[in-house]
Structure formats: C-alpha cells, structure tokens
Design a protein around this ligand. Structure first.
Ligand SMILES: NC(=O)c1ccc[n+]([C@@H]2O[C@H](COP(=O)([O-])OP(=O)(O)OC[C@H]3O[C@@H](n4cnc5c(N)ncnc54)[C@H](O)[C@@H]3O)[C@@H](O)[C@H]2O)c1
Length: 364
C-alpha cells in the first residue's frame, strides 16, 4: 500500500497503512543528534503498536510514559509531571518527544516539547481519526485550565506527523464519527468536489475501508493546511475552520463536557445550526441546506443527537458563547455558509448574544 506524503511549509505528514514503518528512517534524518526518546503513549492504544515503535528505535534510549487521556488530565499538573521526568532524565534539545495518541496526547506532548528547554524535537503519531484529519495540523498545542478548554498553549510544529491508519482499527465507532465530523466540515467550507466524494463514500470511511479512508485523511489535511498556512497564528482567515464550532463549544459547556455529547457530535449539531441560520438569512440556498441534511440523514449522523437540536437545549447553551476565545469584542463572530465549498469571511457576521437568541427562537 502506497504511503502518502503531504508537505507543509515546515514538516511532512505521512498517511496510510504501514506508514509507521517509516519512523526509524525519519527519526534518523530529522533528529540526527538524538540519543534519548520519550514516548508519551495513550493507554487505550493496543500495546502491539508500542512494541513495533520500540523495535524501530532500538539504537536510542527509549523511555515510555503511559497516559490515560481525558480532558481532566490535559492540565498544568500533568505537564509539570512530564517536564520534571525529562529534566530528571537529562533530556536535551537534540533529543526527542514522540506523542502517540489522539488530540489530547498530541496537544499535550506538543506543548511539553515547545516549552521544554525552549523547544525539543517533537514527532506526532496521531491515533484517532480526529487527530489525523484535524489536530495534527496547524501547530496548535495546549492544555485546559479551570477557566476553560485549551486556554494555555503555544504554536509549535512537529518534525513530522505519521498518520498510521491501522491505529484506527481499535477506535470506538463513536470516535470515528467524531473525526468524520471534521472531514465533512472541511469539505463543506472549502471543496465541493470533496463533498460530492463524501456523499458517495461516507459509509466506506465510517467502516474504515482503507483506500477511501486514506484519500479522505489526505484531502482533509490539505484543506486544513490551506487555512493554517495562510494564517498560522489565527488572526483572521483561519477562523473559517470554526464553522459550526461556536455553537458546538456552547453545547459542550452546557453539557459540562460530559461523555453524553462528545466534541465531534457537538460539531455535527453546530454545523446544522449554522447552516439553518445561513438559509434563514438567505446567505445560502434551500438546496445547500437540503444537501447537507441529506448526507446527515443517509448516514444517521444525528441519530442520537436530535435532542441537541431542540430549541430549549440550544437556547440554554447560548450564554456560554461569551466564553469563546475566538471572540474579539463583545459580539460573537459567526461563520455562515454561502454554498457548499464557500463560507462567509470572519468578521462579516457579528452578533450580540440577544440577537442569536432571537434567531434561534424564530428558527427552531
Ligand atoms: N491542536 C488542535 O488544532 C486541535 C484541533 C482539534 C481538537 N484538538 C483537541 O483534541 C482533543 C480531542 O482529540 P481526540 O478526539 O483525538 O480525543 P482523545 O485524544 O481523547 O481520544 C479519544 C479517545 O480514544 C482513545 N484512543 C486514542 N487512540 C486510540 C486507538 N488507536 N484505539 C483505541 N482507542 C484510542 C483515547 O484514549 C480516548 O479515550 C481535544 O482535547 C481537543 O481540544 C486540538
């Protein structure tokens, strides 16, 4: 099976079955002075992958740190714990941290790497669909605080990302849907052809058919890169990636980040709300909304989520939009859909919470 390579300005992303076999040669060429490697490994990944990774890194001193990932451990205490471990083991900048896990491990290990001795080599091995299509791209690292999600962080690029699709075989179906939500979002905001591809192939992606899956991961990375490379520090253009997310974040907070509604599910609901408002405000056509709702229906994407599209649920969550860190003044910056493949620009549609409440009251 061919391994795909997507090149960004600063690093490559390898995608596909057996891409992990490239780890040894990539470490050798990208980190030539490395002697020690710290692997931060998500406990839920089958151990056979760790065995394989270690086999590829025999010539280095390898230290493994297991992590039971959850939003609760994505905090400063845990970062401090890892940094102290690296200090005790006398890691220096030419050594290497490898994160093996989903977006949580990626965000944490990237953050550790960015602040340890002002920057140590970092390699990301994303192991969830969400992390392969979304969080491994764009250089954002970060952790949560008592004041909210991802409020502490940095922009820091890995030396390479290796998206081994075999990782996904042990991933719960719900997590696959969560990653698919971002794939679908990428098509909706940027690429009509890719959306048409998803119309035909979503079932294959959700059942992890390798060729379709690899094509979709690659396409998703390219679309996200198109935004992040033009606006690395999220000053403006990159906010288009936030389509559906302002509603999603509010619903997640309203549900106390509980397991009842995970991030990808909230994004699915958020995209429907944003598209319905787009249609109501005549920014997109009825047909655009119809096409999006159809792909949701055909793949049962809202099956267990209908209650979050209930007027009262949405209204209860709206007050939490004020916490959104992408907000630059008292108003909420919303991204709407013009047509499949094109959104409005950031800053074009800003609303007070009371105006959003009125819209939801009229629409739902
Ligand atoms: N940096 C960014 O640009 C960016 C973008 C989007 C999301 N994020 C962050 O990513 C996080 C969400 O990422 P996620 O959805 O990957 O969640 P996650 O890291 O919590 O992984 C989801 C679940 O899958 C398990 N898991 C991971 N790999 C597995 C495998 N191969 N087999 C079986 N189980 C496995 C994990 O233990 C966890 O229970 C959030 O914290 C979010 O803030 C960051």
């Amino acid at each position: 099976m061919k391994i795909n390579r997507v090149k960004t300005k600063n690093y490559s992303i390898l995608i596909g079955e057996n891409s992990l076999s490239k780890l040894k040669s990539e470490v050798k060429s990208l980190c030539p002075k490395c002697r020690k490697i710290a692997i931060i490994f998500d406990r839920n990944i089958p151990n056979k992958f760790l065995v394989k990774i270690k086999k590829n890194l025999k010539k280095y001193k390898v230290f493994v740190f297991y992590i039971k990932s959850s939003e609760k451990v994505k905090n400063l205490n845990k970062i401090s714990y890892f940094i102290n471990k690296l200090l005790q083991l006398n890691f220096n900048r030419s050594d290497l941290v490898i994160g093996v896990g989903g977006g949580i491990v990626g965000d944490m290990s990237g953050f550790i790497s960015s602040i340890y001795k002002r920057g140590i080599n970092f390699i990301n091995l994303p192991s969830t669909l969400l992390s392969q299509v979304d969080s491994c791209i764009g250089g954002k690292t970060g952790i949560n605080s008592n004041y909210g999600k991802n409020l502490i962080g940095s922009f820091y690029n890995p030396k390479i990302v290796i998206s081994e699709t075999k990782f996904l075989k042990s991933l719960p179906k719900r997590e696959i849907v969560c990653g698919y939500a971002e794939v679908l979002k990428h098509s909706i905001i940027k690429d009509k052809n890719f959306f048409n591809f998803l119309k035909k192939n979503t079932k294959k992606i959700l059942s992890l058919e390798n060729k379709t899956l690899t094509t979709s991961i690659k396409k998703s990375c390219q679309i996200k890169l198109n935004f992040t490379e033009k606006d690395f520090k999220e000053k403006n253009f990159r906010m288009i990636l936030n389509f559906g997310h302002t509603f999603a974040h509010a619903l997640e907070i309203q549900n106390k980040y509980s397991n009842r509604l995970n991030h990808g599910e909230a994004v699915l609901v958020g995209m429907i709300i944003a598209t319905r408002i787009s249609k109501y405000k005549k920014i997109c056509s009825t047909n655009t909304l119809f096409q999006i709702e159809k792909i949701f229906q055909e793949n049962l994407l809202l099956k267990s989520l209908k209650k979050y599209l209930n007027k009262n649920e949405i209204l209860k969550s709206i007050k939490f939009m004020a916490n959104d860190k992408k907000k630059d003044d008292e108003k909420i910056n919303l991204i709407f859909l013009k047509k499949i493949g094109q959104t409005t620009l950031p800053g074009k549609h800003k609303f007070k919470i009371s105006q959003i409440r009125d819209l939801i009251n009229k629409l739902f």
